[in-house]
Design a protein around this ligand. Structure first.
Ligand code: GDP
Length: 430
């Protein structure tokens, strides 16, 4: 049985916490896309951790953590991350890395920086982790696959070819130092030695696991609106953030994905540039940012302050639809307890017309939020364990949003810890 945990919006919805919670009853957790450019924050008995590459189930001793072929694998970052958690007393995790995953190279990170420099103010708000240059090379067929590290002739030939191509850009476009093919080869040999203990035919491993009725969790990074096809192109990431891609990025049949748990946060946040219709500013935004998440809404990888906004029903309904949502996990609801009234974006006004359909980017840029205001509940809800015990206005907020997005909210997260979770029967669940 395969379940996917994915984001409905711009990322940072709290997928890490939901995956960590569901991992208690899972055997294998797979990262299937993205790289070390975003992070999950997880709070558990060992402390508070920011993970960038490892899946969130890594803290349980019964789980296997898998880096699928769809991931942008930064080998030194992965090794350092394993070390950083074992240093803090977490038992050594069982980690498998797909032999078909491709490797983020030091020059990918440099190209990211050089391109941002070149674009100046017109940049896409990259986290400069090399993700866009990495995926460009993967599809241009000049990437390094993990399996190639173990075939010296392939490696040598490709190191020369790649250095030659990259050096044209380095010299003529960016005016930066050239790559030396010999040094590149040395780096690859170092990577080979670091990654060797973890390499595995992941697709075959998952095939066996499914035959043995194991539970597999696919853990997504970012959310629908950052998908290169269905998101706010070009302000998107470079790999698909959709559950459907989980089949490809992990290497398993699409029909095995039985549950798609789409994570929605009770308000909005976004990082990087791009249209953000329900965005708020000034003191109103500062207060939500300060109180948000667990210790404020700042990027887990970059520390950048996140842009803040009210819950956006238009974007979230679209986000849930493209994911193929079977269940919504509604997170960080506790944070809204300070507000007298809570605005919710229920429509977009574009060129004088109101729509509830999420538009293409050029039209999205023109959209103005149509807000409806709901009464707040003005109290702490973290200790509450059942939906019925939540304050009436809090229940109404959940029910209102469920009705607007049209997908069943069956999990509510009311705090950062594993036990801050309320399961709910939804009238929308068939
Ligand atoms: P992800 O990338 O989707 O996993 O999201 P992040 O890790 O960037 O953001 C989630 C943040 O909110 C983390 O700091 C979590 O510890 C925290 N968090 C998750 N769920 C809840 C919740 O229900 N309430 C509160 N207060 N914090 C939460």
């Amino acid at each position: 049985m395969v379940k996917a945990v994915v984001g409905a919006n711009w990322g940072d919805e709290g997928k890490g916490k939901i995956t960590d919670t569901l991992a208690e009853r899972a055997d294998i957790i797979v990262r299937f896309q993205g790289g070390a450019n975003a992070g999950h924050t997880i709070v558990n008995d060992y402390g508070k951790f920011a993970l960038h590459t490892l899946p969130s189930g890594v803290f349980y001793s019964h789980t296997t953590s898998v880096i699928g072929n769809g991931v942008a694998l930064n080998i030194p970052v992965l090794i350092e991350e394993i070390r950083s958690i074992t240093d803090r007393g977490v038992p050594a995790p069982r980690v498998l890395v797909s032999d078909r995953a491709q490797i983020v190279m030091p020059y990918h990170i440099l190209f990211d920086q050089y391109e941002e420099e070149r674009l100046g103010g017109k940049s896409f708000g990259s986290t400069k982790s090399g993700i866009a240059p990495f995926y460009s090379d993967k599809y241009a067929k000049i990437g390094f696959q993990v399996s190639e590290l173990f075939h010296e002739e392939v490696l040598q030939e490709k190191a020369v070819r790649v250095a030659e191509m990259k050096n044209v850009l380095l010299e003529h476009l960016y005016h930066k130092p050239a790559i030396d093919a010999g040094e590149l080869l040395d780096t690859l040999h170092g990577y080979r030695d670091m990654i060797a203990p973890y390499v595995c035919d992941v697709a075959a491993f998952l095939d066996e696991a499914l035959k043995e009725n194991k539970t597999v969790l696919l853990e997504g990074q970012l959310g629908t609106l950052k998908d290169p096809d269905h998101g706010i192109y070009p302000m998107v990431t470079s790999s698909s953030t959709l559950a459907a891609y989980g089949a490809i990025g992990a290497g398993l049949p699409p029909y095995e994905i039985k549950e798609i748990i789409t994570v929605c946060k009770a308000y909005s946040s976004a990082v990087g540039a791009g249209a953000f219709v329900s965005e708020i500013f000034g003191e109103e935004a500062d207060e939500l940012r300060r109180r948000g998440g667990d210790g404020g809404e700042y990027g887990a990888t970059t520390g950048r302050p996140r842009r803040m906004g009210w819950f956006d029903c238009v974007a979230s309904r679209y986000g849930c639809r493209l994911q193929g949502t079977t269940d919504v996990a509604f997170t960080v609801l506790d944070v809204l307890g300070y507000l007298d009234e809570i605005p919710v974006c229920v429509g977009y006004e574009i060129d004088g017309q109101v729509t509830t359909d999420f538009p293409v980017t050029a039209r999205l840029e023109k959209a103005r939020p149509v807000l409806e205001t709901l009464p707040g509940w003005k109290c702490e809800i973290r200790d509450i364990k059942s939906f019925e015990e939540l304050p009436e206005n809090c229940r109404r907020y959940v029910e209102f949003i469920e009705e607007k997005i049209g997908y069943p909210i069956t999990m509510i997260s009311n705090g950062p810890g594993r036990n801050h979770i309320i399961y709910r029967e939804s009238p929308l669940k068939r």
